[in-house]
Every structure is written in structure tokens, then in C-alpha cells.
Write a protein that binds this ligand. Structure first.
Ligand SMILES: [Zn+2]
Length: 425
């Protein structure tokens, strides 16, 4: 059963019931700041009933139902999300001279991204709250997950996307949702979505406010990544967890999962969280680096192929998680991310979306800057798959060389040390 009790503001502590609150805390909101709400639980009661065996092995998401905010089991909407592999990246670790590098492969979720964890919990809570239609604003993974889980729940989903969204991402959204609309500006999507929520009472599955406050119930789904990592590492906590960051839901949710394990007396420590953004625009990195308690909107400096983490704003909850965990932040160029993506493919057999590979690129950068010790245990979250953005890596886009079935020619090609037979010269 769920032990969720209320929503609570991360900034001022104001409590709200577990109702229809998707625009953050109104008690402490100003023109330039809105704080995120988060779900609070009766942790004393959880402690009384919880067995430590719950964390002895990794489970599917709803295996952790006590620590999720959905009261009615009949409303659990599942496509088999969670319990994704944690892989030790030995060859890549060797290249980086970094022996304890682990990859959490979230592309193994039903719509191939970690957003499924958010969508599963958010849509289930929507059924609890009596939602009849859903709405989401997304240029990619979030839209696919939201529309898939809405379909699974029998709810019609309206998706506001961007004309610039990759074709594969849009096709995937259309596979699950009849109504996918491309809007000409990013902020315009939020204005339209707000109208849908306020005037048509559609249930929001993503943020639609200037300062991202998101769906606080959905963010709870990300906690299960922390529970799984703890189990998969034999009941221990890594030293660092690297997370690609857009609005910051994933970073905050994963930190919260680890923090809860300490609150419940299951583990003794929380990893230092590391936020990974793109140098095109890094609002969280800039706020954290300056020591500010507020995140400001930043101008995009240039374009980036890592579009899933391309954003000029970020939620306050992400800054909160960095501060609470004495975390680190960084912002990377596309070139560094592309190199990490290529290495993951050819050294580890993993092909993540470019934005996901940013987590591994960041490890490389922070080791060389001396911020991360070489004997640390690090987990990188690979949030999604390259199949959704297959043309991002120029190396992969080259057509293969065409050969005649002439064995002598082919053999000399294979044996020639200078010839790379997979690519045209
Ligand atoms: Zn507040």
C-alpha cells in the first residue's frame, strides 16, 4: 500500500493534499521563482512495515509500491517498466583508466527511455485523481512515454511537440496517440497546454510553467532507479551518479530515492549527484557554480545535437538535489559527447541517444579536472537509445562500402591494417 501523505514545498515547507497541483508552490512563488512540490510519506510507518528484503534484489517499478504515490492498486498502469540492467563498463573503464564505471541502461524500458518510469506513475496517479484525458508537451522521449502509458490506461493523450523534433520521435508518439500537434515555439506549447489543463481539465503529464514544476507524482517513478542501483551493487551506494539534465526531474528523483534509503535506515550514505548539461545552455550548472539559490533562464549560445538536454530553464528541485548531496555540475560540447557515444558503441555494445552519452563524457571531463578520484565507484544513467536519433553521430551515418563477392579482394581488404572496411574512404 502507498504511504504517501501529502505534497510538500522544497523551498518553504508548505504542505498540500495529494491533489491536482501541477504549478508548484503558490505560497512562496514570485515573478522569478516557483518551487517544486514533492510527495511526502509517513516514513515511520514505512519503517514499521518495510522489510530489508525489499532491496535485496532489483524489482520492476511497482514492486516498490509502498514508496509510490498511487493508493488504488487497480490504477497501476504498467508496460513492464524498471529493473533495467546495471553493466560494468570494463573496456571503456580501461580506456579512461577508471576501473569502477557502471552504466544503468534505461533504454531497456518499454518505450526505450527512462521517461517510462515517470509516465507509469504519473498516469496511474491520474486515474486516482479521476483524469479522463491527458496532455503533454515534449520534443521527444517524454511525449512517447506519456502517450504510450495513456493508451495503456485507455486515456486519450494530446501531445504538443515541436516542428524541429526528430522524425523518429514524432512517429513513435503517433504510434500511441492520435493527436500529435507541432507548435512553432517552445514556450507557445506551454501556453497552449496550460489552457488545456485549466479550461478543458486535461491531466498534465509534463511541465507547462515558465519555471519547470512538472508532475510531482511522476517524478517519484525515478526513485526506483536509485532502489535498483542499491540492490544491483549488493546493498551498497555508489560514490557518484551522473545524470543528463533537462528540467531536472530525473536528477532530483534519483537523489530522492537514495536519500529515502538513508531515512529508512537501509543505507548509510547518499551518492554525490552530478548534473550533465550541454554548453549550448546550462542553467543548472550556472546557478550551482555561482552559489545561487535560484536558477535563472539562460540564452542558448549555439545549437546542439543533444536536443533532449537542450533547455534554457531548469527546475529548482535539481539545484536542491545538487546542494543536498554536495554534488557536481558540468556542461559539455557536442564533440566530447559524440566521442563518448562512439566509445560506448564500439567498446561496450551500447548505443545510447546522444544526450544520454553526455553522462559518460562528463566522467571523462571530471576525472581529468581532478573532481572525481580514479578509485571512485560511478554510475552513469543512459536515459534513452540512439535508435531515436540515429543520424546524430556522423560516423554512423556513412554508408557502408559496397564490394563484389570476390574473396581475394575482400580478404586483402580485411587484412589491410589501414583499411576500415565498414566505412567509405
Ligand atoms: Zn513554497
Amino acid at each position: 500500500m502507498s504511504y504517501a501523505e501529502s505534497l510538500i514545498c522544497l523551498n518553504c515547507g508548505t504542505k498540500y493534499d495529494l491533489g491536482w497541483y501541477f504549478q508548484g508552490c503558490r505560497s512562496c512563488a514570485t515573478d522569478e521563482f516557483i518551487s517544486n512540490l514533492t510527495v511526502d510519506y509517513n516514513y515511520e510507518k514505512v519503517k514499521e512495515t518495510l522489510t530489508h528484503e525489499l532491496f535485496n534484489q532489483s524489482r520492476k517499478l511497482w514492486g516498490y509500491e509502498d514508496l509510490l504515490p498511487v493508493g488504488n492498486k487497480n490504477n497501476f498502469v504498467s508496460l513492464g517498466e524498471g529493473d533495467t540492467p546495471l553493466i560494468k563498463a570494463e573496456r571503456l573503464g580501461e580506456k579512461l583508466n577508471f576501473p569502477n564505471l557502471y552504466i544503468k541502461n534505461e533504454a531497456m524500458n518499454p518505450t526505450m527511455s527512462y521517461k517510462d518510469r515517470l509516465a507509469s506513475v504519473a498516469v496511474s496517479k491520474g486515474l486516482d485523481l479521476g483524469a479522463s484525458r491527458t496532455v503533454v508537451s515534449s520534443s521527444g522521449n517524454h511525449g512517447s512515454a506519456a502517450s504510450a502509458y495513456s493508451a495503456r490506461a485507455g486515456l486519450e493523450c494530446l501531445v504538443f511537440t515541436l516542428a524541429s523534433a526528430p522524425k523518429v520521435m514524432v512517429s513513435q508518439m503517433k504510434a500511441y496517440a492520435r493527436n500529435v500537434v507541432a507548435v512553432s515555439s517552445s514556450e507557445g506549447r506551454w501556453t497552449l497546454m496550460k489552457k488545456c489543463v485549466e479550461e478543458l481539465h486535461m491531466y498534465p503529464l509534463s511541465t507547462f510553467t515558465t519555471w519547470p514544476t512538472g508532475n510531482p507524482y511522476g517524478v517519484e517513478g525515478y526513485k526506483t532507479i536509485a532502489y535498483e542501483i542499491f540492490s544491483q551493487m549488493g546493498g551498497t551506494t555508489p560514490d557518484f551518479v551522473f545524470v543528463p539534465v533537462g528540467y531536472g526531474d530525473g536528477l532530483y528523483g534519483i537523489w530522492k530515492g537514495f536519500h529515502e534509503l538513508t531515512q529508512l535506515g537501509i543505507s548509510k550514505s547518499v551518492p554525490r549527484m552530478v548534473s550533465v548539461e550541454t554548453s549550448a545552455g546550462a542553467p543548472l550548472h550556472e546557478a550551482y557554480r555561482s552559489g545561487s539559490n535560484r536558477i535563472r533562464k539562460v540564452a542558448m549560445k549555439h545549437s546542439t545535437a543533444a536536443f533532449s538536454i537542450m533547455t534554457s530553464v531548469c527546475g529548482f528541485h535539481a539545484l536542491y538535489a545538487l546542494k543536498q548531496s554536495s554534488g557536481l555540475s558540468c556542461a559539455l560540447d557536442d564533440r566530447e559527447i559524440l566521442n563518448a557515444q562512439s566509445d560506448l558503441g564500439r567498446l561496450e555494445g551500447l548505443a545510447p541517444e546522444l544526450s544520454s552519452a553526455a553522462s559518460v563524457a562528463a566522467v571523462n571531463q571530471l576525472i581529468s579536472e581532478g573532481e572525481v578520484d580514479r578509485d571512485s565507484r560511478v554510475v552513469c544513467i543512459l536515459t534513452s537509445t540512439a535508435l531515436k536519433q540515429i543520424d546524430a553521430n556522423p560516423e554512423w551515418s556513412l554508408p557502408p562500402i559496397v564490394v563484389d563477392p570476390d574473396w581475394e579482394k575482400v580478404r586483402s581488404m580485411i587484412e589491410s591494417p589501414r583499411q576500415n572496411i565498414t566505412e567509405k574512404a
